[in-house]
Design a protein around this ligand. Structure first.
Ligand code: 1CP
Length: 342
């Protein structure tokens, strides 16, 4: 399996490829389903959710599927009421601001609270022959929605709590870390072959603040996950300056965005991790020749040694086309099969 081998920095016959948000609004079939079901309604219906999860595998020829869900799904059973608002993202009814709010967060039994997630995983495994990636949001990124109350540009309330009430913030991080470990282990037991932790907004932090307030929790998460068979991936946007700190994480793969080259990412992270990335998703709208040239440059750096997974630097957006992604997948496979010499 090229994807799982690349996660473990083993040699592969081609560069494996998958795309963040490979199931979503750019697909006519997904838009059709969304006419009748909300995002969360899809998640709650294992057969439908398995279909949505599997579609990109047949349609694009990618080397892995990612569970269709949202990072907010496991936050609900901790006691946080939220909605996914069309065109905006997750919105939390009562943002967490006080010690009582944090203390009120509680654990849950995934089999009771989110049985449909586990059932979806089981059904996806019956449908596809490539590995399935399970996922969770990282504590900081989850906390940003819980504290701000929705998507944010500056994370002012989140950073205010981090700096002003460090014990309370640390308590919140610890509770979310426990949840992430528990939830990802349940996904692995249900059949997920790898897991990705999305810390999409960690890049908003300075290295010093990340090191003080976030790193110990991420170390705890990846130490725990390293005991499982399934490899783990840690991804964030704009994390170029944080990469040297990720050296200490026992994740198998570090995902990077387009603001850093693959070669620089490898130098900063060190040789014990595989790298995943990092085409600017905006290039999906460029002429195919331009897209190909940029992809070839990324692949050339990626193929310098084992341990490379091709992906976008962030998610596919709705204006992208299925045809472009299918051709891109084919190009990554053909280009790397012809040139790989490790
Ligand atoms: O119905 C829709 O199409 C609305 C858009 C959408 C989709 C397709 C949302 C709302 N969530 C999802 C599914 C989703 N979310 C997936 C599975 C799809 C796949 O990858 O194939 C995954 C992995 C996520 C994870 C997620 N949700 C992240 C981390 C990844 C990332 O993009 O950085 C984040 C930050 C969220 C929050 C969220 N949910 C939805 C939106 C629009 C957002 C981002 C809002 C913001 O900018 O803050």
């Amino acid at each position: 399996m090229p994807f799982l081998d690349a996660c473990r920095s083993r040699k592969t016959s081609r560069v494996p490829v998958w795309y963040m948000r490979q199931a979503g609004r750019y697909q006519p079939e997904y838009r059709e389903i969304r006419k009748n079901y909300s995002l969360l309604e899809i998640c709650e219906r294992p057969e439908l959710c398995a279909q949505v999860t599997s579609l990109p595998v047949t349609q694009l020829g990618v080397d892995a599927a990612i569970l269709f869900s949202d990072i907010m799904v496991p936050v609900g059973p901790m006691g946080v009421k939220y909605e996914i608002v069309e065109g905006r993202g997750p919105v939390v009814a009562h943002p967490l601001r006080t010690r009582q709010d944090v203390d009120a967060l509680h654990g849950f039994d995934v089999h009771d609270a989110l049985p449909y997630v586990l059932e979806t995983i089981e059904r996806v495994k019956d449908r596809i022959s490539v590995p399935l990636i399970g996922f969770a949001g990282a504590p900081f990124t989850l906390a940003s929605y819980m504290i701000e109350g929705g998507p944010s540009r500056d994370y002012l309330h989140t950073k205010a709590m981090m700096h002003g009430e460090p014990d309370m913030f640390s308590n919140l991080m610890a509770k979310l870390s426990e949840m992430v470990i528990y939830y990802l282990r349940a996904q692995i037991t249900a059949g997920a072959d790898a897991v990705q932790v999305f810390d999409s907004w960690a890049g908003s932090l300075s290295p010093k603040d990340y090191e003080m307030h976030i790193l110990p929790h991420m170390q705890r998460i990846f130490n725990a996950l390293s005991e499982d068979e399934a490899p783990s991936i840690y991804f964030g946007v704009g994390t170029g300056e944080l990469l040297p700190l990720f050296k200490t994480l026992k994740a198998n793969v570090i995902g990077v965005d387009w603001r850093v080259s693959i070669r620089a990412a490898r130098e900063r992270v060190g040789s014990s991790h595989a790298i995943q990335g990092n085409l600017d998703p905006a290039l999906l709208l460029a002429p195919f020749d331009v897209l190909k040239a940029r992809t070839a440059e990324i692949l050339a750096e990626g193929m310098e040694k084992p341990g490379f997974i091709f992906n976008l630097g962030h998610g596919v957006f709705p204006a992208a086309s299925t045809d472009t992604l299918r051709r891109l997948t084919e190009f990554v496979h053909e280009f790397s099969e012809a040139r790989l010499n490790y």
